[in-house]
Design a protein around this ligand. Structure first.
Ligand SMILES: [Zn+2]
Length: 340
């Protein structure tokens, strides 16, 4: 089979790789219907995170089960499935608390931007749709594999709900999904921070009540104008850079909460946050905990997170999918294997 391998910063290649097989009885093998490029893949593509050796890449997918190990009971050959970016066993004490991202037996995919993927812990990771979905729902189901669960996690971590004002830092796919999550969770005001017109449009479609283009202190001042002069109850930080983290600190009100889901590449001023009584929570999303509910919302056409995909390419053109996102020509690239 073929799949994407990152060799060095800026160098992602589509090349032949061994076909995945069932290694453990808890495994499945999925034939990829759609995969995509993550903002977090760009950390390596941009040379910010190291690439010590050629490595298969990608962790977002949906597809059809081709094989299952003897111990797998909840999915079967032929099922259409989606799984989160972080496989979990679903049975350890941490998973039983709903914190699947921190599964005691957590595992990784060996590159999901590929024609086939080995899925560790198939029962604890995959969720099957009741029937094969309509073609136009595939992008939204794919978005559940990471960005929608991650945006949801930001909102849940910050306590978003009715009566709350929310500011979202970051207008990438995760930030846009955090807007969608906040609206879905009943927030009163959802302020999207974006200065890119196409992304502003998606934010409004996802339920943003206000879009502000300013950044830094000007951006924080605009958020205060919209929140009785005090800042947002909940700020969702969906980038991870130091600038974005400090933007979140500047936009939250005293006694409010910051939900962090951007992969951290900068410090937080914890002493300042202490005196301001600001709560900070977040991390990698508990995808498997959120997937059943979010999949129901997608299949009922209540939410359509697939709108974040504004570029679709054959998997063979994965290098261009990375370049387009790196150069911000695309919010998020969807990839289709030729066999799909
Ligand atoms: Zn677990």
């Amino acid at each position: 089979m073929f799949g994407a391998v990152i060799h060095a910063p800026g160098d992602v290649r589509y090349e032949e790789r061994p076909d995945p097989t069932i290694v453990e009885p808890t495994d499945a093998v999925v034939r990829t219907v759609a995969a995509c490029v993550c903002g977090s893949d760009l950390w390596r593509y941009r040379g910010i995170s190291p690439v010590p050796r050629p490595t298969p890449i990608g962790h977002e997918f949906c597809g059809v089960v081709e094989a299952v190990g003897d111990a797998v009971t909840t999915v079967t050959v032929g099922d259409f499935v989606v799984g989160g970016f972080n496989p979990s066993d679903g049975t350890c004490p941490v998973c039983r608390k709903g914190a699947h991202a921190n599964c005691l037996n957590g595992a990784h995919y060996d590159g999901a931007q590929a024609e086939r993927i080995r899925i560790p812990w198939a029962d604890g990771t995959l969720v099957a749709t009741p029937e094969h979905p309509a073609e136009d729902q595939v992008p939204s189901i794919l978005a559940l594999s990471d960005v929608m669960c991650t945006g949801w996690h930001a909102a849940v971590s910050a306590g978003v709900g009715p009566g709350r004002s929310v500011a979202v830092v970051g207008d990438g796919a995760v930030g846009l999904c955090a807007v969608l999550a906040s609206a879905q969770l009943g927030a009163d005001a959802v302020i999207a921070m974006s200065r890119h017109e196409p992304r502003q449009r998606v934010a409004r479609e996802f339920g943003a009540t206000h879009v502000i283009a300013e950044r830094g202190e000007d951006g924080a001042a605009r958020v205060r104008e919209l929140t009785e002069g005090i800042g947002a109850d909940c700020v969702l930080e969906c980038v991870g850079t130091e600038d974005a983290r400090l933007q979140a600190v500047a936009c939250v009100r005293d006694g409010g909460n910051i939900g962090l889901v951007g992969v951290p590449h900068g410090e937080l001023p914890m002493n300042d946050l202490f005196w301001r009584n600001v709560g900070v929570k977040g991390g990698p999303a508990h995808c498997r905990a959120y997937l059943p509910h979010l999949l129901d919302l997608v299949l009922a056409r209540t939410i359509n997170p697939g709108l974040v995909f504004d570029l679709e390419l054959p998997l063979a053109e994965v290098a261009e999918a990375y370049a387009a996102m790196d150069e911000r020509r695309a919010i998020k690239s969807l990839l289709r294997p030729r066999s799909a």
